[in-house]
Structures are given as C-alpha cells and as structure tokens.
Write a protein that binds this ligand. Structure first.
Ligand code: FMN
Length: 195
C-alpha cells in the first residue's frame, strides 16, 4: 500500500481520458499513493479499445473496474481514502448531483459523498454549452454543499463553445493531484463500505 493511502481514481468518457495513466495515475503512484481505477462503462469501452485499460492494470497492480461486482465476489479494490473524479463528464456530474448510481463509477463516489472523512475532488471536463444548461449551476451547488472540491473555473479550465476550443488541451492534472493531496491530509478515518 502506498504511503499516502489509497486514491480512488474515477474517470468518464470525455476528451483527454486517454491521458489518465500518464497525467494522473503514474504521477499519483510516484507521489506514494496506491491507485485504484474505476471507469464509467463508456470510458471502459474507450480505454479497452485503445489498450489503456490493460496498461492501467499493469501499472496499478489492481483490476480496473467498469462494472459492479457480483454479490458473491470479493471487493476488487481496497477502500479509498480519497476520490478523484477526473475527467468528469457533464453527464456524470449531473447524475452524481442527483443521486443516480447506475454504474460502479457513480456508486462509489455517491456513497463517498455521504461518508464522513472521505474527500472527493471532481474536475468537470465540460464546455460552455454544458455550463449554460439550466440545471448546471444547481448541480455544482449541490456538490459543493456536500463538501466536494471542484477543480473548476477560468483559472484551471476556461470554457469554450463546443468544437471551438484548442485542438489539443492538456487536462489540469497537476492542479487535480495537488487538490487531492491537500484534501487527504489529516484524513484518518477509512470506514468500510459495500463498494
Ligand atoms: C469523442 C467524444 C468526446 C467527448 N467529450 C466530452 C467532454 O469533453 N465532456 C463531456 O461532458 N462529454 C463529452 N462527450 C460526451 C460523453 O461521452 C457522453 O455524455 C457520455 O454519455 C458520457 O458517459 P459517462 O458520463 O458515463 O462516461 C464526448 C463524447 C465523444 C464521443
């Protein structure tokens, strides 16, 4: 187990998710985290297709989860001390804020929102149109109210209109990882959960 504890990394189907290993998982391991990766079903399809899912498993030494376990199966991941959802799609943010838990990536983090002592950091990888959806600000307010640390705003992720942003945009991995380190400091309670 890494000296910093277990970082539950949850990723969704957005542009940039293909850099999850090099941008977030590898650097987190180097900083002393044990990393357990969970993907939404769509992100699982994407990363399985390009070989990244296998590479993530080799790197972390743990299975990458993109589906729930059977009731009789053991939990494939250790209990997370901190969750990072990055990149989070607009779809994922909306579902998390409204309590929907219809895949493993949502189940874990939704439960963490109600678990004392487990910090949650979320990076919404969205565009200007997503942010203008009438429910968007409400979703962010709900998550902030639940103690979620949002990596969000023009300093970390300026919003562009759909299909108008730079062709290649690196996700703000360093800011995301720094936020997890700060939030996990002093977090000593790791309650068991059903995930
Ligand atoms: C190539 C491609 C890139 C996408 N990029 C984004 C994105 O950057 N942000 C976003 O919110 N949705 C993006 N989407 C849409 C999501 O993939 C879609 O909403 C999906 O249902 C999200 O599923 P998930 O939240 O379960 O991973 C993209 C879709 C495709 C096909």
């Amino acid at each position: 187990m890494g000296g910093r504890g277990v970082l539950g990394v949850v990723a969704t189907a957005t542009d940039g998710v293909e850099t999850l290993r090099t941008g977030l998982v590898g650097p987190a391991l180097a900083l002393g985290w044990q990393v357990a990766v969970t993907l939404t079903p769509t992100a699982g399809r994407w990363l399985r297709a390009n070989g990244e899912l296998d590479r993530l498993e080799t790197l972390t030494g743990l299975p990458v989860r993109d589906s729930p376990r059977l009731p009789a199966e053991p939990r494939p991941h250790p209990v997370a001390d901190c969750y990072v959802v990055a990149p989070a799609s607009a779809n994922y943010v909306a579902k998390l804020a409204t309590g929907i838990a219809d895949n493993q990536a949502l189940t874990q983090v939704g439960e963490a929102l109600g678990t004392i002592g487990v910090p949650v950091v979320v990076f919404p990888r969205i565009n200007a149109a997503h942010a203008r959806h009438p429910a968007w600000e409400g979703h962010l307010g709900t998550l902030r109210g639940a103690g979620v640390d949002l990596v969000y705003g023009p300093d970390v992720w300026p919003l562009y209109e759909p299909r108008r942003g730079p062709a290649v945009r690196e996700l703000p991995w360093t800011a995301i990882l720094d936020r997890a380190a700060v939030r996990a400091q002093g977090n000593g309670a790791f309650p068991e959960g059903p995930a």
